[in-house]
Design a protein around this ligand. Structure first.
Ligand SMILES: [Mn+2]
Length: 297
């Protein structure tokens, strides 16, 4: 075997990576449509098979398949969301979505809300932005769109999910008012004391979680190639340690990694996203088989 994504069949794979190259709703920098292919390329040519924290070689032991939904590129937002929802519902193994803008996650949330009781699932969002707008009418000249990247966590809450937002440092007043009114968990970065990993974990009240990772939640030095960068944010070390703790303590039902907009320069962002993708799949499959241990020695 010479690549991490080697399995030809989505139905019999242990994990499926689904790329959604949709960026029609980007509000600042476009280019997220190029994200899935660039991340998959890194997964197949750059990332070590050996995952150093779990000391395992997941790609040798399990089957990982991938599909890029190129047909979503020119869809209207609501059609794209419905399409992703249907595709997600067809996957019986562990799914990881690669964006595209954050809007693609709404399709996964809709599918998940039919497969599980949303009240028993927390969407853990790593993001610079709250994404709790009703629609994008305050900054877009087009028809107001409820399926824009700036609205995804509001849609998640409306579907009945619990939410936990981490890394937040940019929002409109109406967004923070919505979060406060509904008593949603928000961990801001750079305002007040930074939370510990234990504090974030103990705020998650459900056993089941879904990970929605907008890469702009990290410091822009980690993911410089993203559509709407914001100074500050999670360090690579903090963010990946948080993900390891969540994967160890909780049942992860699915994940997305969104808003990578490759700029053709260093490739550092695509590499980091590929590493996150492989880490999450590795931890999930090991945990599922009762074999997840992090060896510090
Ligand atoms: Mn976002």
């Amino acid at each position: 075997m010479d690549s991490i994504i080697s399995h030809p069949d989505l139905v019999t794979a242990d994990a499926v990576v689904m790329g959604v190259p949709y960026d029609n709703d980007a509000s600042f920098g476009k280019g997220a449509a190029l994200g899935p292919a660039a991340i998959l390329d890194c997964l197949n040519t750059q990332i070590e098979f050996f995952e150093r924290h779990s000391r395992t070689d997941i790609a040798e032991q399990y089957c990982i398949a991938a599909e890029i939904l190129d047909e979503t590129q020119h869809m209207r937002a609501e059609d794209m969301v419905r399409y992703v929802k249907n595709k997600w519902s067809d996957i019986s193994s562990f799914p990881v979505l690669l964006g595209g803008t954050h809007a693609v996650s709404i399709g996964a949330f809709m599918a998940l809300s039919q497969q599980f009781n949303p009240k028993e699932v927390t969407i853990v969002q790593i993001d610079a932005h709250l994404d709790m707008r009703q629609d994008d009418g305050d900054y877009s000249n087009a028809e107001p769109n409820q399926y824009a990247h700036s609205c995804v966590m509001r849609r998640a809450h409306e579907l009945g999910f619990r939410t936990c937002s981490v890394g937040i440092r940019a929002y409109g007043q109406m967004e923070i008012e919505y979060a406060t009114q509904h008593e949603l968990t928000v961990f801001e970065w750079g305002r007040g004391t930074q939370p510990t990993i234990d504090e974030i974990l103990s705020s998650i009240k459900t056993d089941s979680v879904y990970l929605s990772i907008d890469v702009d939640g990290f410091d822009p030095s980690v993911f410089p190639a993203t559509g709407t960068p914001v100074p500050g944010g999670l360090s690579w070390e903090f963010g990946t340690a948080l993900l390891r703790s969540i994967c160890q303590e909780k049942q992860v039902l699915g994940a997305d990694i969104v808003e990578i907009a490759p700029n053709g320069h260093s490739g550092v962002s695509e590499y980091a996203a590929a590493q996150l993708c492989y880490d999450i799949i590795s931890y999930k499959l090991l945990k599922q088989d009762g074999k997840l241990e992090f060896n510090q020695g």
